[in-house]
Ligand binder design. Structure first.
Ligand code: ADP
Ligand code: MG
Length: 153
């Protein structure tokens, strides 16, 4: 069983389509950590993931909220913690209800809180050059490995 895959895209639409595939493969309880610089494509990928999860409203870059909740074929919790000042702030939000609930959690800028993520999560490491994006998807446990398997099919 492979523990990581790499996917390349060359346009926003291609990234959204790939996100849609991820969204279709996700299982309740999955946490997706999106790692990459500003402009890497984290929000673009999240829009696609939302499409794959049949989210009924628009996913966008958060303004002041650290979390946006959406309704799809399961609850979708979109975190952007760029502005997080301390991990305690996440505790105040009651993050465990999201990370360990029966929805899907997607986190932009997870780097500061890696130690708070469930051990079994899906890591997406994004690198960018021009319009090309490389998505390295890493499974860290059996649930995320199942998602990876589905993406490989
Ligand atoms: P982030 O959330 O990581 O800051 P966004 O998804 O908001 O990034 O923005 C990605 C930016 O990169 C957009 O301006 C988009 O037009 C541009 N872009 C260029 N090529 C791609 C690609 N292949 N996939 C995704 N975005 C791309
Ligand atoms: Mg973003």
């Amino acid at each position: 069983m492979s523990k990581s895959i790499a996917v390349h895209t060359t346009s926003v639409e291609e990234t959204e389509q790939f996100g849609e595939r991820i969204g279709r493969a996700l299982e309740p309880g999955m946490v997706v950590a999106l790692m990459g610089q500003l402009g890497a494509g984290k929000t673009t990928l999240t829009k696609g993931i939302g499409r794959g999860l049949a989210v009924d409203d628009l996913i966008h870059s958060p303004t002041f909220n650290l979390i946006h909740e959406h309704r799809g074929r399961m609850p979708v919790y979109h975190f952007d913690i760029y502005r997080l000042t301390s991990p305690e702030q996440l505790e105040d939000l009651g993050y465990e209800d999201y990370f360990y609930g029966d929805g899907v959690t997607i986190i932009e800028w997870p780097e500061k809180v890696m130690h708070m993520l469930p051990p079994d999560h899906l890591e997406v490491r994004i690198s960018a050059a021009g319009d090309e994006r490389t998505f390295e998807i890493v499974a860290t446990g059996s649930l995320s490995a199942k998602v990876l398997e589905k993406l490989n099919q």
